[in-house]
Design a protein around this ligand. Sequence first.
Ligand code: SF4
Length: 334
Amino acid sequence: MKEAMLYSKEGGKVRCILCPHNCLISEGKRGICMVRENNFGVLNSLVYGVLSAAHIDPIEKKPLFHYKPGSNSYSIATVGCNLRCEFCQNWDLSQGPKTGKVSGKKISPKEVVEQALENDCESISFTYSEPTIFLEFAKDVGELARSEGLGNVFVSNGFMSKEAFDETESFLDAANIDIKSFSEGFYEKYCGGRLKPVLDTCKRMVERGVWLEVTTLIIPGLNDSEKELSQIASFICDELGDGVPWHVSRFHPDYKLTDIPPTPMESILRAVELGRDAGLKFVYSGNTPYGEYENTNCPKCGLTLVERVGYSIYKKDISSGTCPECSTRIEGFF
Ligand code: SF4
């Protein structure tokens, strides 16, 4: 347990401003994420240094395709999340604290960084659940990691306050953010959140020079209309930049949405087309067996620069960040 950042006292209650929920928390109670608790007027993080997952992952698994491709990322998570997505694929971690129990293995920031270095990782990813809700720990780990030459990655729902985002300036290098839908109603009904703060976070990432990639899980009947997918693609292209990669990912029934079938491949391929039609240079399919939509091709001459199958890389011809054939600059960190 550690005193939280970004809160104020209001009488006997505390107001957390880490995320746009802005929970007002009574004595002895927790916020919506269930990992921040008011103890006698002090807001504490219950998950500081308490890891529920630590794995060595290919960076492609985040997914990040334009940030150190082919490298490993030391990937960690605590329990807890500030959203409650009914289709969550890591719900045992993200929604675990709803039982009241906060579980995990105690570890220090120094130990996390040592383990990343010992395992030849080039970055640390704060992932699986939602890094915003364990920002105190992420910041301590991230600053130490940066001092050791490691990169830092957030895999996030983007539902964080500007104040929380500002706290990441000292360590954050790259992020993959979900834009789960382009409908406020969807965010409210299926996630218990809001869309606009997510879009604002994406814009802030780009403005500050954090390398950004976006993921959308395509759920049949809920967010797969051509209109909505085009709206997401246009937002990325017009507001974030045509070089920001968009990952359109296949849904599998999970958590509370077990009565919806997996996304048909035609929907994924249609989403790829819509992304390209909107002007995006890099649109990738995720959770699919179609390798050709996982490759990075030069947007000018079409040369395949990175060939991927799943999380494996079979060809990498992009070390300089430019196409070896036509010298076009490829956005990202290679
Ligand atoms: S981080 Fe948790 S406690 Fe803080 S505002 Fe968000 S949901 Fe509430």
